[in-house]
Design a protein around this ligand. Structure first.
Ligand SMILES: NC(=O)c1ccc[n+]([C@@H]2O[C@H](COP(=O)([O-])OP(=O)(O)OC[C@H]3O[C@@H](n4cnc5c(N)ncnc54)[C@H](O)[C@@H]3O)[C@@H](O)[C@H]2O)c1
Length: 466
């Protein structure tokens, strides 16, 4: 099919063979096949550090408590106690069923309470994990730090923009360790992606495309409401905190993400992971402006948070970010971040990062098929004098490498390991309050933009809305 001189004749048209025409003619699938035929797709297993070799002395344990023992709080705690030298001693939650479950999981000796202040008053607790709904993150973190505890607070760090400066200032003034729970920041995958980008593997970064789509009832936050849910088994006033006072509502209690009074929409739940990943990999402080559109398209069950949101953001480092969350997707749940550069792409998925390199073309190419044959030949002869190298006569020079995590790898474990290392060393954490605020502050610009119907501006250094 390919004729001499790199020309492809189809119905009289003549095209110079270059990467774009290759893609247009044969599609990306052929390109991938060609790539693997030429270079083979190399897969590398990422190295994972083991825990400390030395066992921790019994009197050198870090004693922790959990505040907010729901799905994530319990999951976090199960992971945290796997880090050598960490012991759980207390749990606070507003639902008696979760306090009972905590004793089933961690033993009758674990102290349980509805009031986290009872935990903060105890001198035998060094650090707390905060797994409450978003609207409690700031207050529980501030109270814990003022009570002398180090804090691992779940993402998103903030619910309101005023939460950020207060949390940062409290961590500073109390000299407490405050780590935010976006576990990808401790992931070996993201570390690899950061290293690849910095090494110039994809050239100059110009775009990041990130999405998280779900197509399930649980994905859309329809979590189970237990049949014993009542004003007796649930401490409703304590759950509400600063949220508007309404009569007991079991859906609000157990499915709080659906309402903006407690959650932060898909922006706070999921965009924040995409922002923390982007900021970690690029080293950026955040976008300078953003705009978003979104609506409730499918889950019309009384919620006020949107189930489809798309956002666009400008980064002064010279790239744009687009983020999307769709709970009405017709396909599988999927999450990915694609970093597109001048010479390739870098894609981070659940278990691997793939870098695909396509060197920039060194000749401009020709569009001459509509000209008479003689003219085509004349132009091409001149062109080949100027650009003697014939590109892509065979397969284009692309390369693709994939780095994967070992089976069972947990970035949450690494995130806790980093947190407890800082608790011991008093050295800065991998994801401090400033990083957490920059990620959550950027993510929540989406909600603000939808609310205002306008582009919103943000100073990523000063962490201020403009
Ligand atoms: N890092 C991640 O990947 C990840 C994943 C899921 C959830 N999260 C975050 O974890 C947090 C919790 O989410 P979840 O799915 O576990 O919610 P959940 O509803 O399962 O659990 C929240 C728990 O907090 C309790 N609670 C509410 N107010 C409290 C208070 N004042 N004092 C003590 N307990 C209180 C509730 O009773 C409930 O049991 C959210 O902020 C969420 O964004 C993070």
């Amino acid at each position: 099919m390919v004729e001499g001189g790199g020309k492809l004749r189809r119905g009289g048209a003549v095209q110079i063979w270059n990467r774009r025409s290759f893609l247009k003619t044969f599609g990306a699938a052929s390109l991938a096949a060609a790539a693997s035929a030429e270079t083979g797709k190399r897969v590398h297993m990422l190295a994972v550090q083991d825990g400390p070799a030395q066992p921790v002395a019994a009197n050198d344990h870090i004693q922790i408590a959990l505040i907010g023992a729901g799905g994530q709080g319990m999951g976090d705690t199960k992971t945290a106690v796997q880090v050598p030298g960490v012991r759980l001693v207390a749990v606070a939650d507003c639902y008696s069923g979760r306090l009972a479950r905590s004793k089933e999981l961690w033993g009758d000796d674990v102290f349980t309470t509805r009031d986290y202040n009872e935990i903060l008053a105890r001198k035998d607790i060094d650090a707390v994990i905060i797994g409450t709904p978003d609207h409690w993150h700031k207050q529980a973190s501030v109270d814990a730090m003022k009570g002398g505890k180090d804090v691992y607070c779940e993402k998103p760090m903030i619910h309101l923009y005023s939460d950020g400066p207060e949390m940062i200032e409290t961590a500073r003034s109390t000299k407490r360790i405050l780590q935010i729970g976006s576990q990808r920041v401790s992931s070996v995958l993201y570390a690899k992606a950061k290293e690849l980008l910095a090494s110039g593997a994809i050239g100059k970064l110009n775009m990041v495309t990130a999405h998280w789509d779900r197509n399930s009832s649980l994905g859309a936050w329809n979590y189970t409401v237990p049949p014993d849910a009542s004003a007796e088994t649930c401490d409703w006033p304590r759950f509400l905190g600063t949220a508007p006072k309404i009569p007991f509502n079991a859906e609000h209690f157990f499915q709080w993400r659906k309402w903006k009074a407690y959650g932060s929409g898909v922006a706070g739940d999921l965009f924040v992971h995409l922002f923390s990943g982007t900021h970690f990999v690029t080293g950026s402080h955040g976008p300078t402006q953003g705009m978003a559109t979104g609506a409730l398209r499918y889950w019309n069950d009384g919620r006020d948070a949107q189930d489809v949101v798309l956002g666009l953001f400008d980064y002064r480092e010279g790239f744009n970010l687009s983020v999307r969350v769709n709970f009405v997707d017709g396909g599988e749940e999927s999450e990915s971040l694609v970093f597109t550069g001048s010479e390739g792409t870098l894609e981070i998925g659940w278990t691997g990062v793939t870098v695909s390199r396509v060197p920039r073309e060194t000749e401009p190419g020709l569009t001459i098929g509509t000209f008479p044959e003689a003219m085509q030949d004349r132009i091409e002869t001149e062109y080949r004098k100027k650009y003697p190298r014939k590109h892509f006569e065979g397969t284009p020079p692309v390369g693709s490498e994939r780095y994967v995590t070992p089976e069972g790898y947990s970035d949450s474990y690494d995130h806790f390991k980093n947190f407890f290392a800082s608790v011991r060393s008093r050295q800065p954490v991998v994801e401090d309050a400033v990083f957490g605020y920059r990620a959550a502050g950027a993510a929540l610009l989406s909600n603000l933009s939808i609310e205002k119907g306008a582009v919103v501006r943000w100073d990523p250094d000063a962490m201020k809305l403009l």
